[in-house]
Design a protein around this ligand. Structure first.
Ligand code: SF4
Length: 340
């Protein structure tokens, strides 16, 4: 078994062997011998180390639509990798068995091998996903540079709870990001159910990613009872229109009970439909329902004439009705799709 101890990026010594980690918005102050909130970054004698470097807990090919990225390399596959750990602790986490794992476990998978595996699976990209890529930043950074050299794209599926420095560092190698909001970005919801002190850093990361021209898609997990306010949804969609643009794909995700929130029902379809409508009314042109296989909200319609452009079922594209120069075949409206 390989030793996965690896010197961390983005930390500041504070004296007395204490360090400040600048990777995520928590900016943990860590004493020698201790780890940060995420449990995968440890101060050893005044130096910060990543404990989970190259310790893959998952590595497999997925459809790009699963990330979900609907407007970035559609119908392609992406090699999805993760380690254990997270900088949040969401009570409803679908991947809680790996995000909240306390032991550093996983298969040793150095960056070059990840890229080789991605290529051998015929993938067009590598996605850093399932758990929060910010907390396996060094591994993701090293993989992403090699991936670019080999012609592969890189995508993050992230909670966005990063620092601007982390965004700036990964930006030259990051082509797309799915940034996941939960509960319509309600502050109280984040504090109570995700153990995040504030939502503000997520908005700052998004603005920084936009400045760096990273393709962005937003998800919003609608949790019944606690995170399904129509007013909050209006505010969030309005913020996206104003700061990221009307063409930003926005995915309204259905919650299913998991981990500690087992007493709640799945989000009612009606609630998803209402929030999809609210987001469209706010001016967003590409709003989708997620985790609702077979629902028309999974499809892409032309925002000008309403023509059905892309029909989906779950993560599969079953009909493609866009011209080669990425326009609506009916009215000629240009459709924002990154296809290379
Ligand atoms: S990544 Fe975030 S949670 Fe982990 S040590 Fe750094 S600041 Fe703390």
């Amino acid at each position: 078994m390989q030793d996965s101890l690896h010197e961390a990026m983005l930390f500041t010594p504070l004296g007395d062997n204490v360090v400040k980690c600048n990777l995520c918005a928590r900016r943990c102050h860590i004493k020698s011998g201790n780890t940060g909130f995420c449990r995968v970054r440890k101060n050893i004698d005044g130096k910060l180390y990543s404990l989970n470097y190259a310790k893959a807990i998952a590595a497999n090919a997925d459809p790009m639509e699963k990330k979900p990225l609907y407007h970035f390399l559609p119908r392609r596959t992406t090699y999805s990798v993760a380690t254990i750990g997270c900088n949040l602790a969401c009570s409803y986490c679908l991947n809680w068995s790996i995000s909240q794992e306390k032991e550093i476990v996983g298969r040793y998978l150095p960056p070059e091998r990840v890229v080789q595996e991605a290529l051998s699976h015929g993938c067009s990209a590598i996605s850093y996903t399932y758990t929060e890529p910010t907390i396996f930043f060094e591994w993701a950074f090293d993989i992403s540079r090699i991936a670019h050299d080999k012609g592969l794209k890189n995508t993050f599926v992230t909670n966005g709870y990063m620092t601007p420095e982390a965004v700036d560092t990964i930006a030259p190698h990051l082509d797309a990001a799915t940034v996941d909001f939960k509960g319509n970005a309600n502050e109280e919801f984040y504090r109570k159910f995700a153990q995040a002190p504030s939502v503000e850093p997520i908005f700052e990361s998004l603005k920084e990613m936009k400045r760096k021209k990273i393709h962005l898609e937003i998800t919003d997990l609608i949790v019944p009872k606690y995170g399904d306010s129509i007013e909050d949804a209006k505010k969030l969609a309005g913020w996206v229109v104003e700061n990221l643009g009307q063409e930003t794909p926005f995915h309204v995700l259905r919650f299913h009970p998991d981990y500690k929130l087992l007493d709640l029902p799945s989000t009612p379809i009606k609630s998803i439909e209402s929030i999809v409508k609210v987001a469209r009314d706010a001016g967003l042109k590409y709003v989708y329902g997620g985790n609702v296989p077979g629902h028309s909200a999974e499809n892409t319609y032309c925002p000008s004439c309403g023509e059905l452009l892309i029909e989906r079922w779950g993560f599969s594209v079953i009909k493609w009705n866009i011209t080669e120069d990425k326009r609506c075949p009916s009215c000629g409206t240009s459709i924002p799709i990154v296809d290379k």
